[in-house]
Design a protein around this ligand. Structure first.
Ligand code: PXP
Length: 261
């Protein structure tokens, strides 16, 4: 069984762009749930650029599926999340200037802060997932710190895949560091997939649940489906982007079809 977590932050991005209650995040919640989402994922950012505190409260009250609330290890945010009591919290790194979550949580240099955050969330009976870059060391550290779950950051994999298999390199958003010959991209992509696979297997052996997310889309998600140890995918941008053309219902249904096993 693979769980599909639909990240609806981008609906709130659109709403905040106009500072009106349109599109309505609760409508997105209902449609996503009706169309096959097994979980709703939202990120309460410190800068509140999309999801607001009241959205989290409303989503928790009305969601028919578990809510995975992403947050940073900032103490004020942790207090809010502890009070809101989602079914799970995922700790993510946050930098104000970033466009989206770049890279996983640095569990090595912020060990004490992460441990404190996990303890606080556990005191509020909230299971914790850590959004980390895939490596054996990060799996071991996540276990040692007391997390129940890891979410493997698939951003590097997705960038490599998209530079190799889509029009990305010919666009304004080409990933400059990856403007490389195709054979080189191909090798790096294989290495990246191997890394995700070995990390997922290691985490599983350690007794951690394994999710993956970031940059996954209708074209690259099949690679994640080959890794048995991954039991959950959290996907936002590609689903909301497709929904502009097909409607959210079909966009979620199509992703659910691709991620069913
Ligand atoms: N998982 C985590 C922990 C994230 O921070 C994000 C982005 O907010 C996602 C999944 C979804 O990524 P995307 O929007 O690229 O599908």
């Amino acid at each position: 069984m693979m769980k599909l977590g639909v990240n609806i932050d981008h609906v709130a991005v659109l709403r905040e762009a106009r500072q009106v209650n349109d599109p309505d995040i609760l409508e997105a919640l209902f449609v996503a749930c009706q169309s096959g989402a097994d979980q709703i994922t939202i990120h309460l950012r410190e800068d509140r650029r999309h999801i607001q505190d009241v959205d989290v409260a409303n989503i928790l009250r009305h969601s028919k599926v578990p809510v995975n609330l992403e947050c940073s290890i900032n103490r004020d945010i942790l207090n809010i999340v502890s009070d809101l009591a989602p079914q799970r919290a995922t700790l993510v790194p946050e930098q104000r200037e970033e466009v989206t979550t770049e890279g996983g949580l640095d569990v090595f240099n912020h060990e004490e802060d992460v441990a404190f955050a996990i303890e606080q969330l556990h005191d509020a009976i909230i299971p914790v997932s850590l959004f980390v870059d895939p490596s054996i060391e990060a799996m071991e550290k996540s276990k040692e710190l007391g997390a129940e779950m890891v979410e493997l950051h698939t951003g590097s994999f997705a960038n490599l895949f998209n530079m190799l298999h889509s029009a990305l390199p010919y666009s304004n958003h080409s990933v400059k560091d990856l403007e490389l010959p195709r054979y080189k991209l191909s090798t790096l992509l294989e290495e990246s997939l191997q890394n995700i696979k070995l990390s997922a297997q290691h985490a599983n052996k350690l007794g951690l649940q394994v999710a993956a997310g970031h940059g996954l889309n209708y074209h690259n998600v099949h690679e994640m489906m080959k890794i048995e140890e991954i039991i959950e995918l959290n996907i936002g941008q590609s689903i909301i982007a497709r929904s502009v053309f097909t409607g959210l219902k079909d966009a979620v249904k199509e992703m659910k079809k691709l991620t069913s096993r």
